[in-house]
Design a protein around this ligand. Structure first.
Ligand code: AOS
Ligand code: ZN
Length: 388
């Protein structure tokens, strides 16, 4: 039985993980999207589902929106709906990857008309943020080329800078822009924002309220992601995480499912760099639940983040530092691994009990009958999916 020390408990208390609205819609692979009875038909139902995750875990007080997927007549009304369900609206994600005009780029496009359209879409997202009370505009760009010689890579970087500058200039004083990078897909030869360095160079040229978003699924296999976390924190430019896990490409599976040790290492660097519960660093999920139930999948995800955070908080920083300074390789590694191998689950059960939360949120949610109720109620209409 682990007793988590009070300083660990205090730091867990403040943890907040933002959920993606799209995790509650249907999604799949390019081969098949399986529908599930009860899947939300609109953003209101997505938010009601997301609120369930917070209700059983107290870990997920915000829901991120994707525009246009989550467009509604009144965002003020959607905000009220969220608050009535005990959650807030969070990051607004732009979308320049599902329009024919963007075949050869959006913010980098050669054609000024298309660039204008893409910039205007981001300005619309900022208008949404004013209504939803959101702080962050998250930009992921599906831009690049498939063949050597196809595109003028240099010109595209310059246009990207110009486009981002206009968008950044429109942000309110307490709003931020976070730029996500991804090394491939849908473009395969070159991507306009392929890595943290390019994202960093672009956001650094904008100003203090432009930061990098690190999606854990967006790196080549074997990449030392925790090194990137350390460096971005050191530079004061880690704005947010899109957490998920992957075996092969950008799999968007449950965070901590594929490689819990990697999640531990990332969270250790977050803590080491002062990023835990720091207002500059948002924890978000970017996941899709193709074959498993979506709400339980999100519950499992936030619990995984909490569990690895608790383990990372157990690293004896003093003992680690003295072993490192003494060049004691094996002792340093032992101190690190001791924390990773510690079973913190009993301590987290106590943490939940003391807050009036169910000891086992997954079981409690399953017993609530919510999934059966929405399957019965949500009849007719079109189920939300990737692109709706
Ligand atoms: C895409 O690969 C990115 O991870 C984005 O964050 C994207 O907006 C999100 O995954 C929804 O498709
Ligand atoms: Zn992402």
């Amino acid at each position: 039985m682990t007793n988590l020390a009070s300083d660990v408990l205090d730091r867990l208390e403040a943890q907040a993980i933002e959920l993606p609205s799209w995790a509650f819609g249907n999604s799949g692979t390019r081969f098949k999207v399986f529908g599930t009875p009860g899947t939300p038909r609109d953003p209101y139902e997505k938010i009601a589902d997301a609120a369930q995750v917070h209700r059983y875990t107290a870990l997920a007080p915000k829901v991120a929106l994707h525009i246009p997927w989550d467009r509604v007549d009144s965002f003020a009304d959607l905000r009220r709906h969220a608050e009535e369900h005990g959650v807030e609206l969070g990051t607004v994600n732009s979308n320049t990857f599902q329009d024919d005009d963007y075949k050869f780029g959006a913010l980098t496009h050669e054609d000024e008309r298309i660039r204008r359209k893409a910039i205007d879409h981001h300005l619309e997202c900022i208008d949404v943020m004013h209504e939803t009370g959101s702080r962050d505009l998250k930009i992921w760009l599906a831009e690049g080329s498939n063949y050597p010689g196809q595109a003028d890579m240099r010109g595209r970087q310059d246009r990207l800078h110009e486009s981002l500058s206009e968008i950044y200039g429109r942000l309110g004083e307490s709003q931020r822009l976070v730029l996500e990078y991804k090394f491939f897909e849908p473009a395969f030869y070159h991507t306009d924002v392929p890595d943290w360095g390019t994202s960093y160079a672009q956001v650094a040229a904008l100003g203090d309220r432009a930061m990098v978003c690190l999606d854990t699924g967006h790196h080549a296999p074997g990449t030392n992601i925790e090194f990137i976390v350390m460096q971005l924190l050191r530079l004061g430019k880690l704005g947010s995480f899109d957490f998920n896990s992957r075996f092969y490409a950008d799999d968007d599976l449950i965070v901590g499912a594929a490689d819990p040790f990697q999640l531990f290492r990332i969270l250790f660097e977050v803590i080491r760099g002062g990023g835990l519960n720091h207002p500059d660093v948002s924890f978000m999920l970017d996941q899709c639940h193709n074959v498993e139930d979506k709400i339980p999948g999100q519950i499992r995800s936030v619990l995984n983040v909490q569990e690895m955070t608790a383990r990372a908080l157990l690293v004896d920083a003093e003992a680690l530092r003295s072993a490192q300074a003494a060049g004691d390789v094996l002792e340093a590694n032992r101190v690190f691994m001791d924390a990773f191998y510690t079973d913190v689950r009993p301590g987290l059960v106590e943490w939940r009990r003391s807050r009036g939360l169910p000891a086992d949120p997954e079981r409690a949610f399953a017993d609530s009958g919510y999934l059966a109720a929405i399957a019965e109620e949500r009849v007719g209409g079109v189920q939300a999916g990737w692109g709706a």
